[in-house]
Design a protein around this ligand. Structure first.
Ligand code: SF4
Length: 287
């Protein structure tokens, strides 16, 4: 931790005494724990998804709907030792959740792995991340995570630089998704509930739907179409610092979203398509 290379940013900073790009020190910080019923149906189910929101983020997108916890310099959230985090996971399991969903976990992945080894959780554990993951961290999580739910945000370095200051995001995310797929191999359900598998989320942004279509193409050409889900999201609302980027300072047009949906369908991808009415902030949890 004294020279942090926990994620592909490789800040090489001393997180005991300072912060890197993710804005977090050495101790795990949890901003919110809740039963979440607004996720994809196979993980929300009737029981609810046991969402654990971590503070900080290694991408810091300017349009993030969770910016209050992902990019806040405030003291939002509570610190947890590894043992306390293991206890928290057990509590979420005892709440009757369908699963435990680790939301924005990347910059705490080492502590999370240790906590999961202690906790011996019996329900599926979901790694819900931005896709900017190191292969070393993912290999450490092999066997501890049952469901991966990464974003695939950008395919072109120009977009990745502009919105998350990471020209290597496309290559890193591709490698990470292939490793996640190697670990999960297939989608395994028990009734409506997903027990093991990979769901790749993609939020369609204003003006760059052609890039979204190329993401659909890449997924269709590089993963067995029956062995993962795509979750296409239309909920983009310009918030946080989106006004600093005029091209994304609006909701997406229905026609843009429909083009991406058609591409996903034409490429034979299975999964979820979000209703256009989801483009509000109503489903964003309060922090
Ligand atoms: S986890 Fe944080 S400090 Fe460490 S390399 Fe990534 S962004 Fe930098």
């Amino acid at each position: 931790m004294q020279i942090c290379t926990q994620c592909p940013r490789k800040c090489r900073c001393d997180r005991i005494n300072t912060f890197g790009f993710c804005g977090q020190g050495e101790k795990v910080k949890v901003a919110k724990v809740m039963l979440h019923f607004g996720e994809e149906p196979c993980i929300s189910t009737k029981k609810g998804c046991g969402a654990v929101f971590f503070a900080g983020c290694n991408l810091r997108c300017p349009f993030c709907q969770n910016f209050k916890i992902s990019q806040s310099d405030s003291d939002i959230g509570e610190e947890y030792s590894t043992a306390e985090l293991a206890d928290l996971f057990k509590k979420v399991q005892d709440m009757g959740a369908e699963n435990i969903s680790l939301i924005t976990p990347t910059h705490f992945s080492h502590s999370i792995a240790k906590a999961l080894e202690i906790a011996h959780i019996e329900i599926p554990v979901i790694y819900n991340c931005g896709g900017y993951e190191s292969l070393e961290s993912l290999k450490m999580l092999d066997g501890l995570i049952q469901i991966y739910m990464p974003d695939m945000k950008y395919l072109y370095p120009e977009s990745a630089v502009r919105y998350c200051a990471a020209a290597d995001y496309p290559q890193i995310a591709k490698s990470a998704i292939l490793e996640m797929h190697r670990q999960t191999k297939e989608m395994v359900f028990d009734g409506e509930a997903l027990k093991k598998g990979l769901i790749v989320r993609h939020l369609v942004l204003p003006g760059i739907y052609r890039e979204s279509i190329e993401i659909m193409r890449w997924l269709s050409e590089n993963l067995d179409k029956d062995s993962f889900y795509i979750s296409l999201m239309s909920q983009y609302v310009p918030c946080h610092r989106a006004a600093d980027f005029p091209e994304i300072n609006r909701k997406i047009f229905t026609a843009e979203y429909e083009k991406v949906v058609k591409a996903a369908t034409d490429f034979g991808l299975a999964g979820y398509i979000q209703q256009r009415s989801a483009a509000t902030l109503e489903m964003t949890p309060e922090f």
